[in-house]
Design a protein around this ligand. Structure first.
Ligand SMILES: *Cc1c(COP(=O)(O)O)cnc(C)c1O
Length: 483
């Protein structure tokens, strides 16, 4: 497919900038660019067709099943987009007087209260732009807390081996050393390993619950008690909240600080790196350290308050990705407390149903009931047929199914991590389970065909390593001809 730059023809297209209705200001010479930007020049029709063609070559939630584990790729109701697109919300400027954006501040405050109620937290910030950014912010709160008490020896954060890679990275970026602890045979935290890791140098523990193998840790209150007893704080990676929202609260499990991926659990379309929100909630003891400015209600007026001397400062410009907050607010208000719990229960039900449909032919990494996702272990299949988790994933593409998460968590070899979500029907789950089963048959009968999959997609199997190592991120203009 031709790129926009290749389709460009000099002089084509038109600019429809409205006439200037404010006094013109002439920038000084040093502010002016020397050369005109090299932008593609196309007509509106060509541009529209280009993006439509691109969109048809991608797979999204509106195209089909998307069981990408740990990502909660559920269908996001369009009403939430519509609410976030209301002109009163999209037409504002972050620097306009607060008296003229009371409704927006109220939306921030309301969602904060609702999500605090859902998670058992006391306060919240929407500044972080993604989950990993929320983790970084939450761990910074833990650091500020220990430092504010003069407790300077706490240099370590404990992270289980099933954790998302962003957990150790966020702790490390805050200057902490990482203590990795192994999982027990059931996929949960090994209590003895935790006890051995705890000490006067423990700043905290980072935990995902249910964890990345889809298990709710049955010892969770004991785990958080042990960490608190050692003087550490507990961080909850809330990327998997879709499994438990409205049913059980991280705050009641003993966690002090959490992040939520509003773009996973609370209805913002994601994938492709679009704007997200890693909202961070915390207990009272950590609230003084939250980023500024904070939305505060003073005598029936919302104000943006910077007067928090212990704050860690800003982690992003202004107030975070506001439209993501609006989608989440619309979603929570539409579902209500019953609907939120029902969504979580159906997510768990769907995962267990699909697991049942597969487990006689694909061994499940950790048996028993799962939460909202489960992990298949394809190492035996690979040994017997030569077909890997990657081959099965690529085979799915030919059936219009987005592959599950592959090779994660790292503690399972040849892992496929499936998260069907609550928005899929029983029929879809059955159809896709049939596809999985037929791909396994194919692996035994004609492994070569699977090594070559996909056959029907716009591009065939990509060289992942080359794509990661030598990404081509910008258009390579031919050198301009000499004058
Ligand atoms: C997605 C995810 C994250 C990171 O969130 P981003 O928004 O992608 O930065 C962290 N932990 C877990 C368990 C996740 O699934």
């Amino acid at each position: 497919m031709e790129l926009l730059f290749e389709k460009s023809r000099c002089g084509r297209g038109l600019s429809l900038l409205p006439a200037c209705d404010v006094p013109e200001v002439q920038p000084c010479d040093c502010q002016l660019r020397k050369d005109a930007p090299r932008l593609p020049q196309l007509s509106e029709a060509e541009l529209s067709r280009h993006y439509t063609a691109l969109s048809k070559r991608a797979h999204g939630l509106n195209d089909g099943f998307y069981p990408l584990g740990s990502c909660t790729m559920k269908y996001n109701p369009k009403i939430n987009d519509e609410m976030a697109n209301l002109p009163g919300f999209t037409g504002i400027h972050p620097l306009q007087p607060v008296s003229s954006m009371q409704g927006c501040l109220k939306a921030l405050d309301e969602l904060s209260q609702l999500l605090c109620a859902i998670t058992g937290m006391d306060d919240m910030t929407f500044q972080p732009a993604a989950g990993a950014h929320g983790e970084f912010t939450g761990i910074a709160l833990i650091k500020a807390y220990h430092e504010s008490r003069g407790d300077m020896g706490r240099k370590k954060i404990i992270v289980p081996d099933s954790a998302h890679g962003t957990n150790p990275a966020s702790a490390n970026m805050n200057g902490f050393a990482i203590v990795n602890i192994p999982s027990a045979a059931d996929g949960c935290i090994d209590l003895e390993a935790l006890k051995a890791a705890l000490g006067p140098d423990t700043a905290g523990l980072m935990l995902t619950n249910p964890n990345t193998v889809g298990k709710f840790d049955k010892n969770i209150t004991e785990i958080t008690r042990l960490v608190h007893e050692a003087g550490g704080l507990c961080y909850y990676d809330g990327a998997n909240l879709n499994a438990v929202m409205g049913v059980v609260r991280p705050g009641d499990m003993g966690f002090d600080v959490i992040h939520l991926n509003l773009h996973k659990t609370f209805s913002t379309p994601h994938g492709g790196g679009g704007p997200g929100s890693g909202a961070v909630g915390c207990k009272e003891i950590l609230a003084p350290f939250l980023p500024i400015p904070r939305v505060v209600k003073k005598e029936e007026q919302y104000v943006l308050c910077n007067d928090f001397p212990q704050s860690i400062g800003k982690v992003k410009s202004f107030y975070g990705n506001f439209l993501v907050v609006l989608r989440a607010l619309s979603y929570v208000l539409t579902l209500g407390s019953e609907g939120i719990a029902e969504a979580a229960e159906n997510a768990v039900l769907n995962a267990n149903y699909m697991k049942k449909l597969l487990e006689d032919v694909y061994p499940v990494a950790f048996v028993d009931t799962c939460m909202h996702e489960f992990v298949l272990d394809l190492s035996q299949l690979k040994k017997e047929t030569g077909c890997s988790a990657m081959d099965i994933a690529k085979g799915l593409l030919d059936y219009g199914v987005h592959p599950p998460t592959m090779y994660f968590p790292l503690i399972v070899h040849e892992a496929l991590m499936i998260e069907p979500t609550e928005t899929e029907s029983k029929e879809t789950l059955e159809e896709v389970a049939e596809i999985f089963r037929s791909l396994r048959e194919k692996a035994y009968q004609d492994p070569e065909a699977l090594h070559n999959a996909p056959l029907s997609t716009p591009v065939r199997r990509l060289d992942d390593v080359r794509a990661a190592r030598t990404p081509v991120l910008k258009y390579d203009f031919e050198p301009a001809p000499a004058e």
